[in-house]
Design a protein around this ligand. Structure first.
Ligand code: IPM
Ligand code: MG
Length: 357
């Protein structure tokens, strides 16, 4: 029996998470696993019901589970709360920190039949398969923050720091991942300007001696942003710090056609957390329009990394590919001649495809 904490969150989170549960239930049925799903509140929904975006009982449930499946959090309703009560700073970042999820893996794979959904040219996208490894519990998102009075107003400060320990542990995940793939690792930093990046580069370079089979390169983040669009096929695994990874993964998602396709796994601690890379999309919430595939693909990562069920993970990925190949799309991927499905219908179809697969 696998215990899964289910945190739908806000906005489209409550629509997409049930679709991933349908996929997991189909996997359970087909491969004889039993899952115990326990729901809890997080984000704005938790603030409204309990007065805090990350209630104690939600954190406890996560800590006692084998893995956590999260939808998305936040929305305009909670944007003006004090920072510690906002869904992002008050729930998502503390959840990542409390569960020690220092490694965020965001696979960016182009499904051939979605190539036309991207704004980029087909010949640029063919064969793109990148794994971005983003450091998730350090850097400027977690550094000290302050405000003080200054001559003509205020001064605001966010501290960016990294220790050798933090860099080594994320680099290790990236080197190991590269070893399982095409054995190419690109470490992205801003070592021409930032001291934390110089330590990052030195540390990653030192570690490369333990991985003689992996080809290590370094790239400045501004150049990487450009290279991702110019020639994304040059990348296999990218490792980078928290903020650079946040930005580069949104950019890289467009290689796949839609931000709605990008799954993510946050690992490193005892309990992994799986969530789509996109947000709560308040503009389309409640309309059965959201693309559930990033969340369904995140459930595949949950099977792979937390439950070590590789065959089952592939069965979900395969079902998603089949559904897309058969011409089914959510509105974000709309193209002439394709069949548009709602969020829930897409979830049903993927689950059914898993059962038939
Ligand atoms: C992400 C999101 C979050 C992040 C936000 C919501 C705090 O953009 O998971 O990429 O920056 O990590
Ligand atoms: Mg982001």
């Amino acid at each position: 029996m696998f215990k899964i904490a289910v945190l739908p969150g806000d906005g489209i989170g409550v629509e997409i998470v049930p679709q991933a549960l349908k996929a997991l239930k189909a996997i359970g049925e087909k491969y004889g696993h039993s899952f115990e799903f326990t729901e809890a509140l997080v984000g704005g929904a938790a603030y409204d019901a309990k007065g805090h975006p990350l209630p104690e009982e939600t954190l406890e449930l996560c800590e006692q589970s084998d893995a956590v499946l999260l939808g998305a959090i936040g929305g305009p309703k909670w944007d003006n709360l004090p920072v510690e009560l906002r869904p992002e700073a008050g729930a998502l970042l503390p959840l990542r920190r409390e569960l020690a999820l220092y490694a965020n893996l965001r696979p960016c794979v182009v499904f051939p039949s979605l190539i036309h959904a991207s704004t980029l040219k087909e010949e640029v996208l063919q064969g793109v398969d990148i794994l971005i490894v983003r450091e998730l519990t350090g850097g400027i998102y977690f550094g000290e923050k302050s405000r003080e009075l200054a001559a003509d107003g205020q001064k605001a400060t966010d501290v960016l720091s990294y220790s050798t320990y933090e860099i080594k542990r994320i680099a290790k995940i990236a080197f190991e991942a590269a070893r399982q793939r095409k054995k190419k690792l690109c470490s992205v930093d801003k070592a021409n300007v930032l001291e934390s990046s110089r330590l990052w580069r030195e540390t990653v370079t030192d570690m490369a001696r333990e991985y003689p089979d992996v080809e290590l390169t370094h790239m400045y983040v501004d150049n990487c942003a450009m290279q991702l669009i110019r020639n994304p096929r040059q990348f296999d695994v990218i490792v980078t710090e928290n903020m650079f990874g946040d930005i580069l993964t949104d950019e890289a998602s467009m290689l796949t056609g839609s931000l709605g396709m990008l799954a993510s796994a946050s690992i490193g601690g005892e309990v992994g957390l799986y969530e789509p890379a996109h947000g709560s999309a308040p503009d389309i919430a409640g309309q059965n329009k959201a693309n559930p595939l990033a969340t369904i693909l995140s459930a595949a990562l949950l099977l792979r990394y937390s439950l070590k069920l590789e065959k089952e993970a592939q069965a979900i990925e395969e079902a998603v590919r089949k559904v897309i190949d058969a011409g089914y799309r959510t509105p974000d991927l709309a193209e002439p001649g394709k069949t548009i499905l709602g969020t829930s219908e897409m979830g049903d179809l993927v689950a059914q495809t898993i059962l038939e697969g």
